[in-house]
Structure formats: structure tokens, C-alpha cells
Design a protein around this ligand. Structure first.
Ligand code: 13P
Ligand code: SF4
Length: 323
């Protein structure tokens, strides 16, 4: 089947089988345009909890599909490729994270959504880059904070909030590849451009950015800041699709990477998804996200705290980690 036929079939199967298609901003434009909901990881979690369809297909990475299943276990949650992981997930294996967590039993463990269900199950609260500040601010000032697995997001947040974190040393393999020297030269050549960056980038990149935020925050800046017609964007390439749609008049320049010949800012995990795999998942209802119920329950507690805090509801913090 060619792309046009696949698109027709996908739309037909979605309706017939009552499936909501959720896609992350880092997917190819053609997938974003097919989706019922497109957004950042927090938005996808929320929509995954709220959609009325019986089934959900999440075109993103596995931890996003797992988060939806944890929050909304009644739904059948499909993911086009179970190999679509994330370097942050890979860099924080459960046993090691548990050993680290056990070293600081009195601390609150704040874990980025880019983590496995097992790691979520031993965390106190989950954050995404769009709600991290609000969540950390809600933690009592006298509690120590363990923050993982993204050290760059952690360092940026810790500076923003003037609060010390004990950091897990993980990183996003895509966002650490921007090159500060080449970025500086690009800024010098384009002094009329606004530099915007995702907080998974290294400090050396972030110090050049005027706006730092989640994928949806960066999109909002491009959409609403009409005083700029040029933006230098330090994040994954998929977001350019929505940016260009919302600001066809704007010039969007990808921040330079270490090697000008590589496609380093395409997330290899997000880009594992394609029309064929989405079509196959709808046709066969496989692969489906399945989680052990005891694990799901434990992971739910930390994701539920995220949902409660972002809805301004009160939460209780455990005094001690007993796992
Ligand atoms: P967002 O929360 O901004 O969607 O980020 C998720 C992610 O994986 C960024 O690399
Ligand atoms: Fe993970 Fe980075 Fe890909 Fe986001 S862009 S899914 S953090 S590897």
C-alpha cells in the first residue's frame, strides 16, 4: 500500500475499532496529521486518561504508552513498536535506580516521565518538563530531593528553583548533541533570531536560550511571539511540523549539532513509528501494552500525584521509602 492508501485504511480502522490515535510532537508530520490528539508527554498522559474511545494507539515511545495504561487500565493501549525506547529509560535500569533510591530513604524521589513503569513504581512523584516547576514547588522545603533520570533537566530546574537535588546521571541522547560553539556562531550570524531550547539540553546550550521549556512551551512561543520572525530551535526536529503550520511566516532554524552531516536531532526511538506499523497495530490489535497489576498499582501512585498536583489538589508525601 502507498501512503495515501495507508492513511485511508488507518482512518477507517480507527473509526471501526473505536481507537483514539495519540501522537507525540516528535513523530513524522504525516503521523501528527492523522492523530486525534497531538502533544507533549504531559498532554498525552492527560488525554490518555480522558478519552472516551474504548482503545488507544499511542504513536510515541513505550514509556508514554505505559503511562497511559497505568493511568487508564480499562483501555486497550497499543504501541506501534515495542522497541521504541528512550536513552533515559535505558540509562536508568530498575535495580540500579532502586539501589540509589535506597541510599536516601528520607528523600522525595522525583522521576521524569521518561522512565520505565518499574522505576515509576519506586518513585514518589512523576514530572514532565511542562509541569516540573509546579510539582517540585509543592514538595515541602525541608525534604531532600532525589531527581532522575535526566541530569540536565534536573540541573536547570534546581537553578530555577534555587533548590539542591541529588541527581541521577542520565541524559537524552538527542538533546545533548547540540554544539555550543557552532550555536554561538549561528546566533552571531542571526542576531534577529530568538533562541529557544528544551531543558534536556546541556547547560552550555541552555545559557544561550531566551526561552527554555517543554515541547508545547516552545511551540507556544513560536505561535504567539509575533515580534520575532526567526527562531533558532534546540530540540527534536519533529516539532518543526507544528511550528511551521502555526507560523508559516516564520523562519525556523535548527540549532547546530556536533556533526553537520548527521541526523542527530531525529530521535531514533520516536522515528521507529511509521504508517505501516500504525496500520498493522490497528489491524491486529498488537502490540498491546500489558502490565502486571501490582506493578501498575505502585506506578499509579507516583503518576497520580503528578495529576493531582497539576490539578491543584492536595497530596500527602511518604515520610520514608520502605521498598
Ligand atoms: P516533552 O515532555 O516536552 O514532550 O518531552 C518528552 C521528550 O521525550 C523530550 O525529549
Ligand atoms: Fe528519549 Fe531523548 Fe528520544 Fe525524548 S528525544 S524520547 S528523551 S531519547
Amino acid at each position: 500500500m502507498n501512503d495515501a492508501q495507508l492513511i485511508l485504511e488507518i482512518n477507517k480502522l480507527k473509526k471501526e475499532k473505536d481507537v483514539a490515535l495519540l501522537a507525540h510532537y516528535y513523530e513524522d508530520g504525516v503521523i501528527q496529521d492523522l492523530a486525534d490528539y497531538v502533544g507533549d508527554s504531559f498532554y498525552l498522559s492527560k488525554m490518555g486518561q480522558q478519552v472516551l474511545n474504548k482503545n488507544i494507539l499511542l504513536a510515541g515511545v513505550v514509556f508514554m504508552a505505559e503511562s497511559v495504561k497505568i493511568l487508564n487500565p480499562e483501555k486497550t493501549v497499543l504501541v506501534p513498536d515495542t522497541e521504541a525506547s528512550c536513552s533515559l529509560v535505558e540509562g536508568a535500569p530498575y535495580e540500579k535506580y532502586l539501589a540509589w533510591r535506597r541510599q536516601y530513604p528520607d528523600a522525595i524521589c522525583v522521576t521524569y516521565i521518561n522512565s520505565s513503569a518499574e522505576v515509576k513504581s519506586i518513585s514518589d512523584v512523576i514530572i514532565t518538563s511542562s509541569n516540573a516547576k509546579q510539582i517540585v514547588e509543592s514538595i515541602p522545603k525541608d525534604r531532600r530531593i532525589l531527581f532522575g533520570p535526566d541530569q540536565h533537566l534536573g540541573k536547570w530546574l534546581s537553578k530555577q528553583l534555587n533548590r539542591e537535588f541529588i541527581l541521577w546521571p542520565g541524559a537524552c541522547q538527542v538533546h545533548i548533541l547540540f554544539n555550543a560553539g557552532r550555536l554561538k556562531a549561528l546566533i552571531d550570524e542571526n542576531q534577529d533570531a530568538l533562541v529557544i531550547a528544551h531543558p534536556e539540553c546541556d547547560d552550555e546550550i541552555l545559557k544561550h536560550a531566551t526561552v527554555i521549556g517543554s515541547t508545547s512551551r516552545l511551540l507556544e512561543e513560536v505561535e504567539k511571539n509575533k515580534s520575532y520572525k526567526k527562531f533558532i530551535v534546540a530540540t527534536e526536529t519533529g516539532i518543526f511540523h507544528q511550528m511551521q503550520k502555526l507560523r508559516p511566516d516564520a523562519e525556523l532554524i535548527q540549532a547546530p549539532v556536533v556533526d553537520e552531516n548527521c541526523m542527530c536531532n531525529d530521535c531514533p526511538f520516536m522515528k521507529m513509528n511509521n504508517l505501516e506499523k500504525i496500520h498493522r497495530a490497528l489491524l491486529t490489535f498488537k502490540p498491546e501494552v500489558k502490565l502486571d497489576e501490582a506493578l501498575r498499582n505502585k506506578a499509579y501512585a507516583s503518576l497520580d500525584r503528578m495529576m493531582k498536583i497539576t490539578s491543584n489538589k492536595p497530596v500527602e508525601w511518604p515520610a520514608q521509602f520502605n521498598g
